[in-house]
Design a protein around this ligand. Structure first.
Ligand code: SF4
Length: 824
């Protein structure tokens, strides 16, 4: 690195203070002493000094908890993080990452100054530059690119490293749209929700949601699908513990005997990627044994809707000559809705009538109207599920037929929750898993009431004013998927049109660490970029491969508003600034302001103060209802958003019909990139196998292991990867293997192994565990590439995705494993 120790940007006095505080805060880890000792800092000592100040900040790394922290500041330096309180005790929490936050602030690998690359990309050689030079270099290059190729040649990739309003999505989205740049969709953890939200509808904020986790205790039975609550979502564990204490029966479906599984009544050790088949089998049994309530199906679901067998569309009033009328404006789209009621057969009168006018809607029976053939959606579902007998499902899932039946009986009971994490969404059939799971809950009536959660337990959306984001200027509203970025860059085409991308800007995303098929992004995209700019806090995989690096603050170093974005509580929050940003770090919004000024659109981007910008963002019906202004939130600390305890309460769904639409009349894609969609084959849930991770795949003969990269308790995606206190507990990248598999490969516990396939490889320590299903390699995620002995785990993950959800399929990956030969 070209930065010498003398170039810290601190005076000698402040440097010594910072260095001293860092060693206190981190337990002098860097002097070789145990880091955990420092985290046991005596709270009394922390409060003893009258010049100390305690402020409330929000931890916001996209782990969904958004914990409030009491941050103790002594002489301008953070010395302790503790749990702060919400008005409701059940949301009080903090985890090991939270209490070790100060070691992230005073991390010696923090980016201190703006820097430009001084060697080859990835070589790690840097030259310190001033902010003025950095902004000038970027703006000059961007202007050249705009002049030659147009503004869409500038790509912006941002994600949830700091999930907030001022320095995350809203500002970067507004900046990208005003500039005319291209938004790159990060494509992560969206698969299942895309399936479920089409069946139930989106919430008012255009996001899928589930009941609040505080409602889990009202369930009699809880199915946990591919969701290791005790590790990957530790803050939610106590809600599950409360439910268990209240008598809930817990069923965990997972290929790994997780800690969550160990707390469950039933563990279902399923074959990776086959959960969808199990759900189809359970629906089959519920239909076969008539474990459903026909009146409920007729009143609350699309079961009685008549489907035109030629077009696949619902029969509507307009088919009978009644003109559609204009309905209320959809708050998510801002467009008026169209009222054209679905038609059913009324068995009481023997007539075709709008669904809400039928006395006895028939859920079954074929009809003909003016020569066209119609069948009820229910009959079509029954027909579709016919093949998923318990025996057929046993063959697919490796779960014996009797267990499939037992599970179906449990699902058909009262007050059943179906909670998932993101594991099932990590295969190309993840979206269909979501569609099937929503169908299962929808036909049993276990949705839209207390005790019946369905989905990942979060509240989604920020209720922000879309006009402020200037979404009307977005070139491609849903963005170009990261998953097709290599192809777009290589061909220079998007949707058949010329679309050169010549520069990329990363913020809050660490895309190289968090995206599948690392080598493809690194080798096919970055070499064709004339400029790679990254705004971040710490040296991570993406920073390493950038041309210009801009330092940004840690959570405690800037004032922020934290909204409900995949949040596991119902509070909008103010996060105070505890200390000034270290070194020369600047908030993302300030950096974007500087760039906008230099590029000549500063007067449109954020000419107002941060407070005024937030107030414009809160200028929504919800904001007015709950008194949401910057000043009010700052004064109160938190403001609760009402009505989030039970989603779709009263079984009022936000689909076009207001019902559970297990038959998708118009299956839609999350991103439009000109893909072909199999609409006809996607109306109803059905099983299909993963793209790669499946025994019948020819590649399985060469690479017989499915690679799973679960979220763990020590890192959030690529964050906290280098925190000493956590590395004491989890020192280095590891992979878990079943002892039988290891024995067959001559691998012993503690050996370094190489996991490899045609895409790449990585080397890390192997831990043998009976908890791992044979044929599975489990490598907890979040480590950076250079922390492995060789390669990195995202080198082996594949770029498969389904065209509807366009989602990273991290686990749809086959590989093999061998003892490492020690060669680099
Ligand atoms: S990392 Fe997540 S769970 Fe841990 S303290 Fe921060 S917000 Fe809370």
């Amino acid at each position: 690195m070209g930065v010498t120790k003398g170039e810290t940007g601190l005076t000698r006095r402040t440097f010594l203070k910072a260095a001293g505080a860092a060693s206190v805060a981190s337990g002098a880890t860097y002097l070789g002493k145990p880091a955990l000792g420092a985290l046991a800092l005596d709270p009394q000592a922390a409060y003893a000094d009258p010049v100390e100040e305690v402020v409330e900040c929000v931890c916001r790394p996209n782990c969904h908890a958004y914990c409030r922290h009491s941050v103790t500041v002594r002489d301008g330096l953070v010395v302790q993080s503790e749990m702060a309180h919400f008005p409701e005790e059940c949301y009080d929490r903090i985890c090991l990452r939270g209490v070790s936050s100060l070691q992230r602030i005073y991390d010696p690998d923090r980016i201190k100054y703006p820097m430009k690359r001084a060697g080859e990309r990835g070589e790690g050689k840097w030259e310190r530059i001033t902010w003025e030079e950095a902004i000038d270099l970027i703006a000059t290059k961007w202007k050249e690119i705009i002049d030659e190729y147009g503004p869409q040649a500038l790509a912006f990739h941002h994600s949830g490293g700091d999930v907030s309003l001022l320095n995350c999505w809203p500002t970067i989205t507004r900046f990208t749209n005003l500039l005319g740049g291209t938004y790159i969709d990060y494509n992560t953890d969206m698969g299942i929700d895309h399936g479920t939200s089409q069946v139930f509808g989106m919430n008012d904020w255009n996001g899928p949601s589930s009941n609040d986790p505080s409602d889990w205790k009202n369930s009699k039975t809880i199915f946990i699908w591919g969701y290791n609550v005790t590790e990957a979502n530790i803050q939610a564990w106590h809600f599950l513990a409360d439910a268990i204490e209240a008598g809930a029966k817990v069923v965990t479906v997972d290929p790994i005997y997780t800690k969550t599984a160990s707390k469950s009544d039933i563990f279902v050790p399923i074959r990776p990627g086959s959960d969808l088949a199990l759900i189809c089998g359970m629906i089959h049994i519920i239909i076969d044994e008539k474990l459903y309530d026909e009146d409920y199906l007729a009143a609350k679901t699309c079961a009685p809707f008549l489907v035109n067998q030629a077009t696949g569309k619902f029969m509507r009033a307009s088919d009978m000559g009644v003109a559609p009328t204009e309905g209320p404006v959809n708050p998510a789209t801002g467009q008026p809705t169209v009222i054209d009621p679905e038609i059913v057969w009324d068995a009481a009168t023997g007539e075709f009538v709008p669904a809400d006018q039928a006395q006895k809607p028939a859920v079954s029976g074929d009809r003909t109207y003016e020569g066209e053939k119609f069948r009820t959606a229910w009959d079509m579902l029954c027909n579709q599920m016919d093949e998923y007998t318990p025996e057929a499902v046993e063959a697919l899932t490796d779960i014996d037929a009797d267990t499939v039946v037992e599970l179906a009986h449990l699902e058909a009971g009262d007050l059943v929750s179906n909670i998932h994490g993101f594991g099932n969404g990590c295969y190309v059939n993840g979206c269909m898993f979501g569609h099937a799971l929503a169908t299962l809950a929808g036909i049993t009536g276990n949705v839209g009431k207390s005790g019946c959660s369905v989905g990942f337990p979060v509240h989604v959306g920020v209720g922000v004013n879309n006009q402020w984001l200037r979404m009307d200027l977005a070139k491609i509203p849903s963005g170009i998927p990261t998953l097709i970025l290599p192809e777009v860059v290589e061909t220079g085409k998007f949707m058949g049109e010329d679309f050169p991308i010549k520069a990329i800007h990363f913020s809050n995303s660490n895309a190289l660490s968090n995206t599948v098929n690392h080598n493809e992004l690194r080798e096919k995209v970055l070499p064709k970029m004339e400029l790679v700019v990254t705004q971040d806090v710490t040296f991570n995989d993406t920073v390493l491969w950038s041309d210009i690096v801009l330092p940004t603050p840690n959570y405690y170093e800037e004032e922020e508003i934290v909204a409900l974005f995949f949040a596991q509580h119902p509070y909008m929050q103010h996060s105070a600034k505890a200390v000034d940003p270290l070194f020369e770090a600047k908030p993302d919004s300030e950096i974007l302001r500087m760039l906008a000024d230099k590029l000549g659109f500063g007067d449109q981007f954020m000419p107002m103060t941060d407070e005024e910008a937030m107030d414009e963002l809160f200028d929504t019906p919800l904001g007015h209802e709950i008194g949401l202004t910057f000043a009010n939130l700052k004064e109160k600390g938190v403001i609760k958003v009402p009505g989030l305890d039970v989603m779709f309460e009263g079984q009022k769904f936000t689909t076009r019909s207001g019902r559970v639409e297990f038959y998708l009349e118009n299956p839609t894609a999350r991103n439009d990139y000109g893909q072909e969609l199999d609409i006809e084959g996607s109306h109803l849930p059905h099983w299909y196998e993963p793209a790669e991770a499946w025994p019948e795949n020819e590649l399985f003969k060469k690479y017989p292991f499915v690679v799973i990269t679960p979220k763990g308790r020590y890192r959030i995606h690529g964050q906290w990867f280098n925190v000493p206190a956590l590395r004491e507990l989890d020192p280095e990248p590891t992979t878990y293997l079943n002892p039988e598999d290891a024995a067959a490969k001559g691998i012993a516990d503690g050996d370094y192994v190489e996991v490899f396939n045609d895409r790449g490889s990585y080397v890390c320590k192997c831990i043998l565990s009976d908890a791992i299903r044979p044929g599975v390699i489990s490598t907890p995620k979040g480590w950076q590439r250079n922390q492995h002995k060789k390669g990195g785990y995202q080198e082996v993950t594949g770029g498969h995705f389904d065209p509807f959800s366009v989602n990273n399929s991290f686990y749809d990956t086959l590989a093999d494993v061998r003892l490492w030969d020690g060669k680099e």
